[in-house]
Design a protein around this ligand. Structure first.
Ligand code: 2NL
Length: 423
């Protein structure tokens, strides 16, 4: 049986026990009471507003219609006062002033009233609405204050606590080795020179005396960029030598530079990565000779490996850009699987070098009859692996934080020759 067909109960407020019910429920009760009355319909000839307002009668039994439903008002105010969270308060606001709220529903009945009643009832309802809104605002402020006080008490700062450890970053072994090598050559009067990683054929090959059909110019060894409209192809530099070419083209000797940087080759296996780091050095002056080269490199090797009197061996070799050319080995021992630099009767190759080829000088506008000099080049990863005992080249570029924490260096420990290169 649908509720509206039931015989309506008497308005609950007339029952003596009704007022004793908990306040939270009385708002609903007030609404229910209104609905029940409404289902029954207004008494004949009465305005519907009759039911919305005071149901009290004075001593003469006359109904007063100038105050809105006092039960609704009281119950809403009580519920607002009892709301213990912002969520509960918001739910109350919706149930009273929301689109389908109790007060809003009453407002909607104003349209059906005669003008006289509507005026009084409208004023009274507006006052009720304002009063409820003000009560909601006040309660909201009280709850927010209480929440803030509670948070302030809970989040008290204990200034006596020990500071937390800052998470320290670590320098990658490549960065560390880079700084060490720069520090050593800076000590010898070398300036650091840098240049583009995207190069052209002239600076990377032709000026360096690579013949036209040289295998290094091949797609299999070099990363080429797409061919341009004029037919030329740029490439990722395969060594840092183009930096020295640019320096020789741009300034007059004496030249003493170190060119550190990234280089690229089409190669990827146990001992090669497509990107790696190189250090090249170049010295050009009127009387620079092979003896200077040997002295310079032995100074470097002893400073870098922090060992005195490292045995060195210059083996004849070939590079297109130097003549004569040599590969340099340093003395070491490999006893018990442990590599020791500077002792024992074994050899370890660490770099290549030579006297700058006359064709290279000429390509840079220098007269080989007036100037000569030496150059050398080494792989940064290789010398880092040797010094710090890093067994696998590929781990350098895997970005594994555990690896970095193990092999990394304190970031503020700047390497100097006097103060120590590494700790
Ligand atoms: C190696 C060998 C070397 C050079 C690089 C060079 C640069 C100019 C002129 C002449 Cl502009 N030479 N650089 C010379 C000899 C060897 O590198 O094994 N690198 C990893």
């Amino acid at each position: 049986m649908p509720p509206w067909s039931a015989k309506p109960k008497r308005r609950s407020r007339t029952r003596p026990d009704a007022r004793a019910r908990p306040t939270q429920r009385s708002g609903i009760r007030a609404l229910t009471a209104y609905r029940q009355v409404k289902m029954r319909g207004p008494p004949a000839g009465r305005d519907p507003a009759f039911f919305l307002f005071s149901s009290s009668r004075d001593h003469s039994g006359t109904r007063h219609m100038d105050t809105p439903d006092t039960d609704l008002r009281a119950s809403l105010l009580a519920a607002i006062a009892a709301a213990d969270s912002l969520e509960a308060l918001e739910a109350l606001r919706v149930s009273a002033l929301g689109k389908k709220g109790q007060v809003t529903s009453l407002m909607k009945t104003l349209g059906g009233m005669d003008p006289e009643t509507r005026k009084t009832a409208g004023q009274a309802l507006n006052a009720l609405k304002d009063e409820i809104a003000a009560a909601l605002d006040a309660r909201k402020a009280t709850l927010a204050d209480a929440a803030l006080s509670e948070r302030l008490a809970r989040e008290r700062v204990d200034v006596t606590l020990a500071p937390r450890d800052e998470p320290d970053g670590a320098l990658h072994p490549i960065s560390q080795t880079w700084e060490e090598v720069v520090a050593i050559f800076a000590q010898m009067g070398f300036a650091v020179a840098e240049g583009p990683e995207i190069e052209d054929d002239f600076h990377n090959f032709t000026a360096l005396n690579f013949p036209p059909g040289h295998p290094a110019r091949d797609m299999h060894d070099t990363f080429f960029l797409p061919r341009r409209a004029d037919g030329t192809r740029h490439l990722l530099r395969t060594h840092t030598s183009p930096v020295q070419i640019r320096t020789m083209l741009g300034q007059k000797p004496p030249i003493r530079i170190l060119a550190p940087g990234r280089t690229y080759r089409c190669d990827s296996d146990m001992t090669h990565t497509p990107m790696f780091h190189q250090f090249e050095g170049l010295v050009i002056d009127k009387a620079t000779h092979f003896g200077h080269l040997k002295g310079c490199l032995s100074e470097f090797v002893e400073a870098y490996f922090e060992v005195e009197a490292v045995p060195m061996r210059f083996r004849p070799s070939f590079f297109p850009f130097t003549e004569p050319s040599a590969e340099v080995d340093i003395g070491c021992s490999r006893k018990g699987g442990e590599l020791r630099i500077g002792a024992g009767d074994d050899w370890l190759e660490i770099l290549g070098c030579g006297m700058v080829h006359p064709n290279v000088l000429r390509a840079c506008g220098l007269d080989p009859e007036e100037y000569q000099g030496f150059a050398f080049g080494m792989g940064l990863e290789r010398i880092a692996m040797l010094k710090y005992g890093i067994p696998d080249l590929r781990t350098f570029f895997e970005s594994d934080l555990r690896w970095l924490r193990h092999y990394g260096f304190a970031s503020l420990d700047v390497p100097t020759v006097q103060g120590g290169l590494s700790r």
